[in-house]
Design a protein around this ligand. Structure first.
Ligand code: TXE
Length: 500
């Protein structure tokens, strides 16, 4: 029998008991993995073991995919009208809202996020996305096309079948919803593979989906290692599409595997190394607040983090001082305290990776203005770090650090800033701070990235597409554009005259 994890919270922000089923969720039931193997779930706050969850292998994936395929044919897909699918998604959103505190507490415990953000951002954004796509479920129509006298054609937006959602650890619940909501709204069934580091919120979501009344097999969750369960999903011949969010290295591999097997469709949301451009006329006080969010929110573990900060020479000194003061005042620590603004990195591996980048920055001659070290203790906390005296070819400039580390450049002209902003293999997001509207639009048009935020940070909305240019991947999450990624268009030609 699969286990249950129970945790009692008695904290400043949340008091209550949460339970999470720790088996695999396949065909509407929590079950043990075939091999009955499990993995430790580690707290990033102190390195302790929170619980264990089952880990699936290729055989578990096969069982889950076949259950999802059977559900697609018998009780979802073209069998259930969009309006009914929408109702279930609304119900799931309502249940998530009802359980928002408990789910946020799970996310805070598992990923080390401050509870305030886990609830106000991750869980709330997940609810908003579910409702947005619930509304689309009965509105994703095709077209009627006149072709000749007594002839016409029409298009149908049909689901692909069974899709796979492979999810990382930085926004475990929120990114899970990016996959589930459009997939189910458009009539697909799904097998989800959460990150092995943060599996708990997806398992809780599975329990809520069962309570909402989704037919068995429509939504399945197989926790496990990427190289085993994730790889098996991308190889499986009954999976018609993979939606992947993770590293560029694994994204490349997912694409290769999809090409070598059944040519399944692939959408990839990979890393980034986004530029933040600050012009002389920017509002200093507001810009500093936004920039702290852009690079330090979620401890910098954001694909859209604007880590390369380009500042015009006239405002450079004032900005650097104010930004340094703000970074030094960020409060790190206990996720369940109202004052905590920053948690730890997600794992020891991520801590070592980020410290490795900081070391490489020092070795290559960049100068640390503040931070630059691990905060002593059992948790994976790193001080907010700012580098200056950086050169375009340094590793800390070229690669995605994925931690609370900013590199700050000085520039003179708009042209120079645009060139530096685009000097990267990535193209996920970008940020422009200026009070000159013409410049804001001109610069955002010139930046090679899938998003540009003008005078604000990464505040994503379900109505707005998100996805990269260049090696940040392709395909969009959220918005009407995401519907295309989960449907295939059939053209039906009709001859009313019956004549040749
Ligand atoms: O990512 P992986 P990691 C970037 C960020 C970070 C780096 C490494 O720079 O430092 O990637 O993080 C699953 N087939 N991003 O190693 O390995 C894995 O189990 C199928 C940016 O954690 O790409 C997990 O569920 N799946 C990113 C997911 O892929 C496989 C968010 C992501 O893990 C697999 C996370 C395989 N062969 C990291 N191997 C973003 N875009 O936001 C692993 N996985």
């Amino acid at each position: 029998m699969p286990g249950t994890f129970t945790h009692e919270f008695a904290t400043e922000l949340y008091n209550g008991t949460v339970t999470v089923n720790t088996g695999l969720f396949i065909n509407g039931q929590f079950v043990d993995s075939v091999d009955r193997e499990s993995i430790d779930v580690i707290s990033p706050v102190d390195g302790s073991v929170i619980t264990k969850v089952s880990i699936g292998n290729a055989r578990d994936i096969d069982i889950a995919v076949k259950a999802a395929r059977a559900a697609f044919k018998s009780s979802w897909g073209l069998k259930v009208p969009g309006s009914e699918r929408g109702k279930l998604l609304y119900k799931l959103a309502d249940l998530l809202e009802k359980n928002a505190d408990a789910v946020a507490a799970i996310e805070a415990l598992d990923a080390g996020k401050p509870f305030v953000y886990a609830k106000g951002q991750d869980v709330q954004d997940a609810i908003d996305n579910l409702r947005y796509f619930a509304g689309w479920a009965d509105k994703n129509h095709g077209q009627t096309i006149e072709t000749a006298e007594a002839k016409f054609a029409y298009t149908r937006h049909e689901p692909i079948g069974t899709v796979a959602g492979i999810v990382p650890w930085n926004f475990p619940l929120y990114i899970t919803i990016w996959k589930i909501a459009p997939a189910l709204a458009t009539g697909n069934t799904i097998v989800l593979k959460p990150s092995e580091m943060t599996p708990l919120s997806a398992l809780k979501l599975a329990e809520l989906a069962k309570e909402a009344g989704f037919p068995d097999g429509v939504l399945n969750v197989v926790t496990g290692y990427g190289a085993v369960a994730g790889q098996a999903l991308t190889e499986h011949p009954l999976v018609g599409k993979v939606s992947f969010t993770g590293s560029t290295t694994i994204g490349r591999k997912v694409m290769e595997t999809a090409a070598k097997t059944n040519l399944k469709r692939v959408t990839l949301e990979l890393g980034g190394n986004s530029p933040t451009l600050i012009f002389d006329d920017a509002n200093l006080e507001q810009t500093v607040k936004w920039v702290c969010w852009i690079i330090f929110h979620n401890c910098g573990q954001m694909c859209a983090a604007g880590a390369r900060i380009l500042v015009q020479e006239g405002i450079y000194d004032k900005f650097l001082q104010a930004f340094t003061d703000a970074a030094e005042s960020l409060k790190q620590g206990d996720s369940f305290k109202a004052t905590t603004q920053q948690g730890p990195l997600v794992s020891k591996t991520q801590l070592d990776r980020v410290l490795g980048y900081i070391e490489s920055g020092k070795q290559e001659g960049a100068r640390i203005v503040t931070g630059g070290s691990h905060i002593e203790g059992p948790g994976y906390f790193v001080k907010p770090t700012i580098f200056v005296d950086v050169k375009p070819d340094m590793k800390i400039v070229r690669e995605e650090i994925f931690g609370p580390v900013a590199v700050v450049f000085k520039f003179k002209t708009e042209e120079e800033a645009i060139e530096a902003a685009n000097d990267t293999d990535y193209g996920l997001s970008s940020y422009v701070f200026t009070e000159n509207v013409s410049r804001a639009i001109r610069v955002s048009n010139a930046i090679e990235a899938g998003s540009c935020f003008i005078n604000e940070a990464i505040l994503m909305r379900p109505q707005v597409p998100f996805g990269g240019y260049k090696q940040s991947g392709y395909g969009k999450d959220m918005s009407e554009y995401a519907l295309e990624a989960y449907t295939q268009v059939k053209a039906v030609h009709v001859n009313l005259s019956l004549k040749l």
